[in-house]
Design a protein around this ligand. Structure first.
Ligand SMILES: [Zn+2]
Length: 198
């Protein structure tokens, strides 16, 4: 597949299995297998986010979705922006610290739509990038495309930088280790602390 998309932020840190599109063997909020409909880019808090293509803002709000039976805050997108690309695809930018656009805004790849954070179902500061095949509210692997198929090619294995901001870095190091699924709730003691989940 070809596109003229740009990366919404510049990838900097090592990529973990947990970041990738597809099935996660152990999800760091739910601690069970779960599909991941986007690609996660670990980022310093406050990194400026650009749309991957020009389009129009559909939603710019906090998503506080809570999975039934789940006891922490929520496992939703947190502060998210949804943009309808001019090419007809809907793109979700999740877990932002700050939102800088509103519904109806016309945006292009120069626009700063928000700043990265760790709001919603996030335990390491990152941007969740989700590209839907068309303009749909449905998420899941059937409705989305692996962003790496459409973004400009980067050799992600060449990214070597370590994420060091605690308390998140303890979990992050497990995610990029050679046993990337062997983390437990004990590795995320801040899971219910609002000072960290934002
Ligand atoms: Zn994600």
């Amino acid at each position: 597949m070809e596109s003229n998309y740009i990366w919404p932020i510049k990838p900097k840190y090592k990529v973990a299995e947990h970041d990738k599109y597809g099935i996660r063997k152990n999800h760091y909020v739910l601690f069970k297998e779960r599909a991941h409909s986007g690609f996660d880019i670990t980022a310093d808090i406050g990194t400026e986010v650009h749309p991957i293509a020009s389009g129009r803002v559909l939603l710019a709000e906090f998503d506080g979705t809570t999975t039934e039976g789940f006891d922490a805050f929520n496992d939703g997108y947190g502060n998210k922006v949804e943009i309808l690309n001019d090419d007809g695809r809907r793109v979700v930018y999740g877990h932002l610290r700050e939102i800088l656009v509103k519904p109806g805004d016309i945006v292009n790849t120069e626009t700063i739509i928000g700043k990265t954070g760790s709001s919603g179902g996030s335990r390491v500061p990152h941007l969740h990038l989700e590209i839907r095949k068309e303009n749909t509210e449905e998420t899941g692997l059937a409705y989305t495309i692996n962003p790496l198929e459409l973004l400009p090619k980067i050799d992600l294995s060449s990214l070597k930088e370590e994420f060091t901001l605690e308390p998140y870095a303890t979990l992050w190091r497990k995610l990029v280790s050679d046993k990337p699924w062997e983390f437990t709730k004990e590795d995320i003691p801040y899971s219910e602390d609002k000072n960290y989940i934002r």
